[in-house]
Ligand binder design. Structure first.
Ligand SMILES: Nc1ncnc2c1ncn2[C@@H]1O[C@H](COP(=O)(O)OP(=O)(O)O)[C@@H](O)[C@H]1O
Ligand SMILES: [Mg+2]
Length: 390
């Protein structure tokens, strides 16, 4: 039996630095990519969901190649079991995030219903062997039921997570504490950071807590009109993964004496974690803002298109078509002739080639086209999205 007071404090005390970070986050999030055409934003959303699953799984040591994620989304699964499992896991993550981004998850996000829904939908899509978890304490193998709170005791780092019997009470207190009507919007945004730690601390499931907590924080940011499908905090957490885990662990520590708040857990550790989490969000928005800056994006794409055309991997006339897809978001297939200045048949050949290579997407053979981002061009059009750097 653990008393729910063991999880206190839920929020840092009033803190000017955290409020400034939250204010900055709101301002930057609302400015992100407002100049992008909405249709193009939807394509970027697909790309960022792939990138988010890549990084969130990477944090757990599951390294799935972006090209394999792309293939999984096209139902091309590897025969090799390990690789195929990672592909299924990636697809599961993307599908759950897509449901969240479409507003199909339970509302409000800050609830046991949402947390178990996320776990259920993610795990239901995983191959059976990925649901088998070995308890490191007992060595016993247990098959996890999707969306069901754990019935085993677990240790996370040095922290012993709450007793299984107490999980519903902890989650209830958690949901109430972060949605109190006394909280200002800024305090709720700081609460996104704090609740990320507290959810990991509760560790509601036998496995999958990291992925669920990151999807949960994403959904919470969206609900507060700060998050969007255009950026992912997981990218930032993954790129400083040692720091992420150290900060999580530091916030698990008991209060360090009289100057460290009045709860059971360290106030300083929680404040530090919030600073880290909010700064990481801001860095990621800055990064995406830079990548999506339209004139720079067009410049990178044009250089690439020139090289590809010279190498005969792209048909002549491709660039004006791709450029139009960036600027207008979408256009009718019949417009290709006007855009290129070619005869109708020749323009159609160019268009079909671009569709076949995945640079343009069209839901049916007659519907309008929009830009696609196959894994092969992501490094050139969106450098450092996956690779080294910031
Ligand atoms: N010391 C810690 N305190 C709290 N949470 C932690 C700590 N160390 C790791 N975590 C969280 O636990 C997650 C791993 O838990 P796990 O259930 O295995 O999730 P997943 O299956 O998604 O990897 C990490 O991603 C991290 O979010
Ligand atoms: Mg795990």
């Amino acid at each position: 039996m653990t008393t729910i007071a063991a999880m206190e404090p839920l929020l840092p005390d009033d803190n000017k630095e955290l409020e400034d970070l939250a204010t900055d986050l709101v301002a930057k999030a609302s400015g992100l990519a407002t100049r992008l055409h909405p249709v193009l934003r939807a394509s970027v959303g697909d790309l960022v969901r792939s990138m988010n699953c890549y990084y969130s799984n990477l944090i757990e040591g599951h390294n799935t190649l972006p090209v394999d994620i792309d293939r999984a989304m096209n139902n091309e699964l590897a025969t090799e079991p390990e690789r195929r499992n990672l592909q299924l896991e990636a697809r599961a993550h993307i599908e759950v995030q897509r449901m969240i981004d479409r507003g199909e998850g339970p509302s409000p996000v800050m609830s046991e219903a949402f947390i178990t829904w996320t776990h259920r939908h993610f795990c239901e899509r995983l191959p059976a062997e990925m649901l088998v978890v070995e308890n490191p304490e007992s060595g016993r193998k247990i098959t996890m039921a999707p969306g069901v709170l754990r019935s085993e005791r677990v240790r996370v780092g040095r922290h012993i997570a709450p007793d299984p019997a107490d999980l519903p009470a902890f989650i209830k207190r958690f949901a109430e504490g972060y949605t109190s009507s006394n909280l200002s919007r800024l305090r709720k945004i700081i609460g996104v950071a704090a609740s990320h730690h507290r959810l990991a601390w509760i560790h509601p499931f036998l496995d999958g807590n990291g992925r669920v907590a990151r999807l949960f924080s994403h959904a919470l940011l969206r609900e507060l009109d700060v998050g969007s499908e255009l950026w992912s905090v997981s990218r930032g957490l993954a790129r400083s993964v040692d720091n992420y885990k150290t900060m999580l662990q530091a916030a698990d520590e008991p209060r360090r004496g009289d100057l460290d708040g009045r709860g059971n857990l360290t106030l300083a550790g929680l404040t530090e974690f919030c600073r880290y989490f909010l700064s990481t969000c801001i860095d990621q928005i800055d990064f995406m803002e830079g990548l999506l800056e339209p004139s720079e994006l067009l410049r990178r794409m044009e250089i690439w298109a020139r090289e590809e055309t010279a190498a005969k991997r792209l048909p002549k006339g491709s660039w004006p078509i791709l450029r139009m897809a960036v600027l207008d978001g979408t256009f009718a297939r019949g417009d290709a002739a006007d855009i290129t200045g070619y005869a109708t048949r020749q323009a159609r050949t160019v268009l079909n080639d671009l569709i076949n290579q995945g640079y343009l997407i069209s839901e049916t053979t007659r519907s309008p086209v929009r830009l696609g981002f196959p894994a092969s061009v992501v490094d050139r059009w969106f450098p450092r999205l996956y690779g080294e750097g910031q």
